[in-house]
Design a protein around this ligand. Structure first.
Ligand code: GTP
Ligand code: SF4
Ligand code: SF4
Length: 296
């Protein structure tokens, strides 16, 4: 095998991003939580298992690694994991921000490039209703600490919940306005559980488009990015979106050590538990071969 070799699936989609779920545990209990689709997590991967898969990813031309959960910052070895990210790979974390205020500086020093922070409301009562925790201020302090530490851009992930927080979009636009290091991501809720809060973001996109001075298309997922009056807003609308899947560049690893070719499928996972070297590499190739767009 050459030093780096970018793998493509049979639809010609290159795989350049690895999303590693470090745990399915979380210190919040959001009403819509899908924990990246893992419902019955067994034991979590060890530090060494995570490092082994990152090293294989580097050989296969993975350019960025996203650590997710559950809540990834509750892992006691999180700094060791970040320190072990192979040279040349950009790392980021998606976190609920509860522990970020105390950890931001150490995360940056360990080599983390940036963070996405899940924040669905700027109203303390609504935040508590959604997450079960009266801790909005911890998250806001975490965002400030991440900005100060240079974990930027800090992306705020706001999942739009119909009838709960869909009246707060303007408050969020005000919050990110004029801070070039803050990006707002408006996310369409996915139906993992029976959940009555799903709302189509088509209307929101039309509103953003009408108020925007510029609209860009990100290569990744072909997501639209709107620039309006000092605020940068990205819209994540994965459902029934063939374009989103056509430009998907991701492979996932579940916290219990399975390669997962698509977020929305549970029937094609490949366990990497107990494997290393050539065997692990061959499973990585196989997982890429098994990738196919969920919405075609
Ligand atoms: N269908 C689908 N949805 C995804 C995928 N990746 C992320 N999402 C959605 O995007 C939301 C935000 O994900 P994040 O973990 O913050 O990362 P991201 O925005 O995808 O990545 P960056 O912009 O590179 O930071 C998730 O909650 C999902 O709803 C994917 O591969 N497929
Ligand atoms: S913060 Fe994320 S992982 Fe934790 S409960 Fe909420 S949605 Fe689930
Ligand atoms: S649904 Fe599957 S194929 Fe589509 S973007 Fe998400 S992970 Fe990729």
């Amino acid at each position: 095998m050459s030093a780096t070799e970018t793998l493509r699936d049979s639809y010609g989609r290159p795989v350049t991003n690895l999303r590693i779920s470090l745990t399915s545990r979380c210190n919040l209990s959001c009403i819509y939580c899908h924990a990246e689709g893992e419902k019955n997590p067994a034991t979590e991967m060890s530090t060494d298992e995570i490092i082994a898969i990152m090293n294989v990813a580097a050989k296969f031309g993975i350019r960025s690694i996203k650590f997710t959960g559950g809540e990834p910052l509750i892992r006691p070895d999180i700094l060791d994991i970040i320190r072990a990210v192979p040279v040349g790979i950009e790392s980021s974390v998606t976190t609920n921000g509860i522990l970020l205020a105390d950890m931001a500086y150490d995360l940056k020093t360990a080599g983390l490039r940036r963070v996405n922070v899940s924040l669905d409301s700027l109203n303390p009562e609504t935040y508590k209703r959604i997450t079960g925790c009266d801790c909005l201020n911890n998250v806001l302090a975490g965002i400030d600490a991440a900005l100060r530490a240079g974990l930027t851009p800090v992306k705020l992930n706001m999942v739009i919940l119909s009838g709960i927080n869909d009246n707060e979009i303007d408050d969020f636009l005000d919050y990110v306005r004029d801070n070039r290091n803050l990006v707002l991501q408006l996310i369409e809720l996915m139906h993992f559980k029976d959940c009555d809060y799903h709302g189509d973001l088509k209307g929101v996109e039309a509103m953003l488009a009408s108020r925007s001075s510029g609209i860009l298309t990100r290569r990744m997922h072909h997501r639209k990015k709107y620039c309006l009056d000092g605020a940068e807003v990205e819209v994540v609308r994965p459902l029934h979106n063939t374009e989103f899947c056509a430009y998907c560049n991701r492979l996932r690893v579940t916290s219990d050590g399975k390669l997962k070719p698509c977020l929305l499928r549970t029937d094609n996972h490949l366990s990497i538990r107990g494997t290393k070297g050539a065997e692990l590499e061959s499973l990585f190739r196989k997982a890429v071969e098994q990738r196919e767009p969920f919405f075609k």
